[in-house]
Each structure stands twice: as C-alpha cells, then as structure tokens.
Design a protein around this ligand. Sequence first.
Ligand SMILES: [Zn+2]
Length: 316
Amino acid sequence: MLNHFKKSAVYKDINNEKLSHSVLLVTPDTYALEQYSHCLVKALMCSGDDKPCGECVGCRKVEHGNNVDVLYYPKATKALSSAEITELLDKVYSAPYESDKQVFVISNANGIDRSMQNKLLKSLEEPPAGTYFVLLATEDNNILPTIKSRCRIVRVPKMNESQILQVLREKEVEDSIATLAVSYCDNNCSRAINYALNPNFKETVALVEDIFRNFRKSWQMLDYSSKLYNYNENFEEVLDIFLNICARAVALLCGKQIMDPIASDVAKNFSIDALVNLNLECNKFVRKRRSNCNFNSVVDGFLFMILEVRHKWPIT
Ligand SMILES: [Zn+2]
C-alpha cells in the first residue's frame, strides 16, 4: 500500500506542501482504505525527508495511535454523531498540541446523516492553517456534492493478488483457503479477510459452483432452495461469489486467456447475454437482501431467475 501511495499525486502534494485541506478517500475495500489513510496521515505528520520515514516522532506516534494532533472520528458509534461534530468543530479552532498540524480522520463518511454533513461542511470551508481533514468512504453516492467539491477526491487503488495473499498469510490463514479467498475477492482485501475467516467459505463456494454447473430444471428448485435457506446470515456472500464467477466467465467469453475451470464450465453452459443479465439480476437481489425482504422468497426468486435467464438467452 505504501508503494501505491508513494506513486500518487497526493504524495507529491504532501512533499511540496500543497495538499488540499480536505481529502476524501474512496474504495469499497475497508482494509485498503484504512491502510492508505494511515500512510497519508503518517506522511503528513512526518518530519523526515523520505516521508513517511517511520522513524521520526510524528511517524512513530501515528504508528502507535498516540499522536495527540491526529484525531479519529467517530469514536464509538458507527457514524459521526451530532455531539461529536460539535466537539470536532470546537477542536478545529484550537491550536495543535505538539506539531504545526492537526489532522481529523473521519471514517464512514458515507454513513453520516445529511444534516450532519451540512454541519461538517462549515469546518471544511475555511479551516485554520495546518488543519487537515481525511474523510474515508466506501462509496461517495451519499456524500453531499458541496462536501465533495471542497475535497480532493482520491480513488484508492485496488490491492493486487500477491499483496492480499501476504495480508492473509500474516493473519495465519492456511494457504489453500487464502488462495481460494483471493481468487473470489475481486481484489478487495477486506472481502478476502472475511472469506478466509469464515469457516463455511469452502462449502459456500462449492454450493455456488454446483448451482452454476448443475441447476437446469425446475424440479431441482426444492433441493437447491433448501440448501440456500441455510445462508440467511451470509446470503450476500453467496451473491458476491455468484457475481465473481459471472464476471470471470464473461471475461473468458470476451477472449481473455485464463486458466479457470469453473469460469470455463460456466462459459460453456451460459450464453454471454444470459451472464450479463444474471449479473444485473444478482445486483437486484443484493439490494433486496439489504432491504430485509422475506429471505425464503428472495432465495426462491433468485433460483427462478437463474432458470429464466438460461431459458431466455440460450446458447446458440
Ligand atoms: Zn517520519
């Protein structure tokens, strides 16, 4: 992540002391988001030459989470509360304690209520010299345009497979599970970690692959639905694995040369139109799942949809 960061325009701006006062970091990968923000905050507080040097007082204090001029919000709740914004606004106008800079790191920026965002906007407008805001968001759809226009927006680059594998090894994940998690995570490290730590991950992959390979007739509905009903807690994971296989099969059909047994089986069994529609429909089911629809009917609708796309867009 440090290598990615050092190649960025933001890094150049820090070295030239031209960084915008507000930076909005965006990526769906919460692990990459935290790592990138950590590099940025360290580089901002670093007094060494090759920032972040990792050795100066500023760097070491960020590393140990005790740099008094770096304030992290929200403190306990999931998204910034009204009381915390009031506290933050007060602190913005107080001088830093130990350095000439003060950094406010605000996680889950896309989860902040709109009226709270308006309150926050005031401090983003004209912060005192040396004050920086680093906003972290998994997507920027819910963030007010007025906030975005005051921020330097940085799309955090995706981590590559070997970087993610390294993270999983550090977490002592067994190699076969780590490799499987990496192949299904769409270069999203936090997703890979969730997969690798889920004791049922291998079985979930096996079930999704089984559905892709063998589910063709309506009389099989009962068998597959009874298996999927067990996934009430992590049906989104099932859908993510589905979407991942779909994308890999489409890539194969579009001429990408990869050794991928499940994707090549799917590419033989589904037309490209069926897969494109399967992808669109899967995303609808992701939204349905989030809106707390009756789970069993979501599963039934999902299986029926698979039969339907096969029937509507057969292989010619
Ligand atoms: Zn340093």
